[in-house]
Design a protein around this ligand. Sequence first.
Ligand SMILES: [Ca+2]
Ligand SMILES: [Ca+2]
Length: 252
Amino acid sequence: MKDFLQREFGTTKVSLVDKDDLKEKLGGITLLERTKYRKQVAISGAKEAIAKGAIIRKENKMADTLSEHERNKDFCFPCLHYSVSEGAGVLRVKIQNKNGIKKKIGVRTVDAEASSPKDYGAVDEVIDFTESKKSHEITIKIEDDDQWEPDEDFYVELYDVNTNERLHGEDTRTRVTIMDDDRPGMLSFADNKTHRHVHDQAECRITIKRSNGSDGDISLDYETYELDKSANTASPGVHYEHIKGELKFKHN
Ligand SMILES: [Ca+2]
Ligand SMILES: [Ca+2]
């Protein structure tokens, strides 16, 4: 914002700038709204961009980074945190039988921000480990859509089939982050400077453009408002018709 003030008004102090001049430079949008908008854009832009449909599966943190007393002595997930892109389709999660024990162990998914069946296919199965069966892999279906959403997590945990309780240890639960690959884009006025309208034309057309992506359905609320009550500003019902509504953009 300081750069903008310096460039347009030769000062970085907003208190020294004429309110109406500032309003005009901002295209009718209040300073507060503009600041909020910029923050939102900055947050969206900070997220790691993934190409739509990209197949990404990453193992981020391994169980051997834990100390011995934090770990289960018999069974574990060797990887404690996976990342998977929406477009990957499936994620395979490995379970280890460290000492080759014959035992039945349950494995199940647990919702967090990501939930089944919207974001992934729930799993709840019993693994029949034996002396020779030292590991097992489960396959989890990852759901893809066209709607933007933040990256979301769910968990997979090992449990005792008799008590239904999660097994002791930090390595009996693994986190899965589903990475969104959709870009809803941004909405802005096609003409971002002052729109000059000839008074004898009946309609004033304002174009809103969607740029940098068009995934999913999005919408915006719009409304005309009077700048102030001074003699040289247009008034609703006199110089223009007040309008208010919602503009919807479909997935494209
Ligand atoms: Ca997607
Ligand atoms: Ca999505």
